[in-house]
Design a protein around this ligand. Structure first.
Ligand code: PMP
Length: 363
């Protein structure tokens, strides 16, 4: 880490691998062999098309994406997907939403504007601190899809593996744990993620969609809203976010080359999260975790201190030692340490050390 950089625990846009920032910086003036910046070349030109194909190939390799799935690079963030999913897939049917946090709730609210949905489970009554027992999920008989959020970024609640939706096509918002671990994609109909946590900068959203779902996309939808149209135009129906896709390619290069794939990434993430949760569990209740132990997020570690004054002091002192952006989301309060793929182990070690010292001084 160079001296000027802090350890950045932001929930997103979030820390990127230092080597990626340096590569992007180096190539910003002129891409090797091209003589122009990535910011200056046409999205229809050979140079960018090669980058787009390489980004897709990297994703296919990392996630073992089966042949019968399309990989789309879209704009509008994950929030646009809250609308595009029902616009394209709901039709006259009913979709099940399993809401385990704020983002799932937002997605359900948007879907409601497009058609019929069934809230199969909602964790609001316990302030979204847990996952449902399988028997508590009230799936409807003939749902056209079942929707869930694999990692609730605000509450720090993560599914260890996907819920069982039987034959119903499973749709997943994986925005905040995308590329953090392997996924059995053939269990999913759609998996999507905005890039700005684990995959790159804000501006591009990856949508992985099984081919047969494209037949459902209504012709009457505007071109930008129709998955089938984006698939047929290989994500270049309009000008795609070329720079964001380029950085996503660099991040996926890093995952393949420096990390060695998603099994290894998962191992590192488990190690880092383990240190954080040990610090919470061994604090004699000074630090109080938000999520129940069986669904604690490996990406967003949420906890509270005994009172607001101590919380403010914690944030101030952490920031003074270059541990930045630890404030929890305003709707939950407390502390949130986002420890995505690119958060170095030293960053988490430094935070854990700080937490211990702070507890001794203030506990
Ligand atoms: N879903 C999840 C799980 C998120 O964490 C976020 C962003 N924090 C969103 C959706 C919304 O993403 P965007 O801001 O790209 O629309």
């Amino acid at each position: 880490m160079s001296e000027q950089r802090v350890f950045n625990f932001s929930a997103g846009p979030a820390v990127l691998p230092e080597v990626v920032l340096r590569e992007a910086q180096r190539d910003l003036f002129a891409l090797p062999g091209v003589g122009a910046s990535i910011l200056e070349v046409s999205h229809r030109g050979k140079e960018f098309v090669e980058i787009l194909h390489a980004a897709e190939a990297n994703l296919r390799k990392l996630l073992a994406i089966p042949e019968n799935y399309q990989v789309l690079f879209l704009q509008g963030g994950s929030r646009l997907q809250f609308s595009m999913i029902p616009m394209n897939l709901l039709g006259d049917g009913v979709a099940d939403y399993i809401t385990t946090g704020s983002w799932g709730k937002n997605a359900a609210d948007e879907a409601q504007k497009e058609g019929s949905i069934n809230i199969a489970w909602d964790g609001k009554s316990t302030n979204y601190d847990r996952l449902p027992a399988a028997s508590a999920v009230n799936l409807s008989k003939n749902a056209v899809y079942a929707y869930f959020t694999s990692n609730e970024t605000i509450q720090g609640v993560q599914w260890p593996k996907e819920p069982d939706a039987a034959e119903v096509p499973l749709v997943c918002d994986a925005s905040s744990d995308f590329l953090s671990r392997p996924v059995e994609l053939d269990k999913y109909a759609v998996l999507y993620a905005c890039a700005q946590k684990n995959a790159g900068p804000a501006g591009v959203t990856v949508v992985i969609i099984r081919d047969d779902l494209l037949a459902r996309c209504p012709e009457r939808l505007g071109g930008m809203l129709n998955y089938k149209n984006h698939a047929e135009n290989e994500s270049c129906y309009n000008t795609p976010p070329t720079f964001a896709i380029y950085v996503l390619k660099l991040v996926t290069d890093w995952l393949l080359r420096d990390i060695g794939g998603l099994d290894k990434m998962d191992e590192l993430n488990r190690e880092k999260a383990g240190w954080m949760y040990d610090a919470i569990d061994n604090s004699n209740g000074f630090y109080n975790g938000h999520a129940q132990a069986d669904c604690r997020s490996l990406m967003n570690v949420t906890f509270r201190l005994p009172n607001d004054d101590l919380q403010a002091k914690f944030l101030k002192e952490a920031s003074a030692v270059a541990l930045a952006n630890l404030k929890g989301h305003r709707s939950v309060g407390g502390i949130r340490a986002s420890i995505y793929n690119a958060m170095p182990e030293q960053g988490v070690a430094r935070l854990v050390e700080f937490m211990e010292k702070f507890r001794q001084e203030n506990g």
